[in-house]
Ligand binder design. Structure first.
Ligand code: AMP
Ligand code: MG
Length: 294
């Protein structure tokens, strides 16, 4: 009897252990370091499948993307319209002209910029990491997973709740340094995506030329922002909007948020001022709150 009791106890303990299993995986994909941290009985299998997903997406959506009928492209085109063209998936030739693919950075002639703008080959680099986060959530949903945090090169995807119902705390990088400027709290499956002028750039004569372009001019967007972070339950939307809001700048971006209902945002202005939308749950810094007019 005593032996059976011990056996049951051991089984219970083992069962309990597998449920809190944690798996950490670091990989290089889509030109950036990614870190997957997953808790749950299926953590290891989930990390493997998400790793594979990232590789597949990398192959499928590396610029220039072959245009074909596809639901992802259709969704991106809808978001392009929603952002009034601030997000433009057809900038492959422009990004290439500025040297961001071969890292032979250069300021192209206006003639080259104009012809690159007329070229519609696709570059989905501003959207695909957020999309990856969203597909990863679908993988996690089909497995025994307690919670996960996926850092897809600065695009953070959370999943599930922390013990005790605590929120996930996601740091927003200080564009002027290596540290954090503030922290946003999120619950459940959320995508937290930042676009910033410090992420990829080169300098000529002390002037910074970064990787987010204004599709109207073909020059790096100079809209008064150092970074913008978008918090949204839909990964693709988060990623597209972070890039688009960076192009729009703080004032247009705030108005865009006021007319939307599906995301929150934190704007870091060139002046160093921080603006956060009403539901952004930002802490650790001083900021101005953007509200909806009544
Ligand atoms: P993100 O870091 O998500 O803001 O994406 C920036 C990347 O998206 C760049 O490296 C380009 O490949 C591409 N990109 C740059 N400007 C735009 C734009 N206005 N719309 C869409 N994609 C862009
Ligand atoms: Mg983006």
């Amino acid at each position: 009897m005593k032996r059976i009791f011990c056996l049951i106890l051991v089984c219970l303990l083992l069962g309990g252990c597998s449920r809190v299993e944690k798996c950490e995986k670091t990989l290089f994909a889509m030109d950036t370091v990614m870190e997957l941290t997953i808790w749950g009985a299926d953590a290891e299998r989930a990390a493997g499948e998400i790793g594979q997903l990232l590789r597949t997406l990398e192959q499928q959506w590396t610029a220039p993307v072959q245009a074909e009928e596809d639901t992802l492209l259709a969704r991106i085109q809808a978001l392009q319209e929603r952002t009034d063209g601030a997000f433009d998936p057809g900038l492959y030739a422009l990004v290439d002209a500025w040297g961001f693919y071969d890292e032979q950075y250069r300021i192209p002639s206006q003639e080259l910029i104009d012809s690159a703008l007329a070229d519609e080959r696709l570059d989905l680099g501003g959207a695909v990491k957020g999309y990856a986060g969203q597909l990863a959530v679908q993988i996690l949903d089909g497995m025994e997973i307690d919670r996960a945090i996926l850092d897809l090169g600065g695009n953070i995807q959370t999943y599930g709740s922390k013990p005790g119902g605590e929120p996930w705390l996601i740091g927003i990088r200080d564009p002027d340094g290596a540290g954090e400027l503030g922290i946003v709290s999120v619950y459940g499956a959320m995508s937290v995506v930042t676009s910033g002028d410090y992420q990829r750039y080169f300098e000529v004569d002390g002037q910074r030329y970064h990787h987010i372009f204004d599709p109207q001019t073909g020059w790096p967007a100079d809209s008064g922002l150092q970074s913008v972070t978008v918090i949204c339950s839909d990964g693709l939307t988060a990623d597209v909007l972070s890039t688009a809001l960076f192009v729009m700048g703080p004032k247009k971006g705030a108005a865009f948020w006021q007319n939307s209902g599906d995301f929150e945002a934190v704007f870091v202005l060139d002046s160093g001022e921080i603006w956060a939308t009403q539901g952004a749950r930002l802490s650790g810094c001083e900021f101005e709150v953007i509200r909806r007019e009544k």
